[in-house]
Design a protein around this ligand. Structure first.
Ligand code: AMP
Length: 191
């Protein structure tokens, strides 16, 4: 089962990805986590990505696609994976489709967590205070939401056209949201 978890920053992709990962016994691959690790290690990619992340902008497609391509080739991904935070643009989605098709595979379902902007801003400001994430400040949050609406949300139509998009109302308790996701996945695997 290859899943994509989509949604604006603060929608709960990380939280739900972690629960899903345990339940489905497949790994969650978060491009945000990978980039933050690269920044901590001050690798070449990390140094390059840092400015984009702190400005709330997307890291260039070719960089992120090559990171994901390398990661998906690791043996633990053979039985399936959950992508959190990738793809974020149409070119990334097309690159993902191609890299999976090359190994006779595909994205089985896309779960889109939908939460309104006011709630997202509140959640991210709270997270910023707790986690100290450098991009969880009001200016960068607003930029990230703008980037989401301009560059990432067109992916909803892209995956709707492929019949893979499952919208989930991302407000409410973590358990209730997880139940909705579970139902969508069950439906998607029956289709
Ligand atoms: P996240 O942890 O998913 O909110 O990602 C944090 C930041 O990492 C984003 O605001 C982007 O700057 C960068 N990033 C993560 N995933 C991607 C991606 N698929 N494409 C481009 N930039 C990304």
């Amino acid at each position: 089962m290859n899943l994509v978890l989509m949604g604006p920053p603060g929608a709960g992709k990380g939280t739900q990805g972690e629960i899903l990962s345990k339940r489905l016994d497949i790994n969650t691959i978060s491009t945000g986590v990978m980039l933050r690790t690269a920044i901590k290690e001050q690798s070449e990619i990390g140094k390059m990505a840092e400015k984009y992340i702190n400005d709330g902008k997307l890291v260039p497609d070719d960089v992120i696609v090559s990171i994901v391509k390398e990661r998906l080739q690791k043996p633990d991904c053979a039985k399936g994976f959950i992508l959190d935070g990738f793809p974020r643009t149409i070119p990334q989605a097309k690159a993902l489709k191609k890299m999976l098709a090359d190994r006779n595979s595909k994205v089985h379902a896309v779960v889109g967590l939908e939460v309104d902007d006011n709630e997202l801003v509140d959640r991210l400001l709270k997270r910023g205070k707790e986690s100290g994430r450098s991009d969880d400040n009001l200016e960068t949050i607003n930029k990230r939401l703008e980037v989401y609406h301009n560059q990432t949300s067109p992916l909803r139509d892209y995956y709707k056209q492929e019949g893979k998009y499952h919208a989930i109302h991302g407000s409410g308790s973590i358990d209730d949201i997880f139940e909705s996701i579970k139902c969508s996945i069950a439906k998607a695997t029956k289709e």
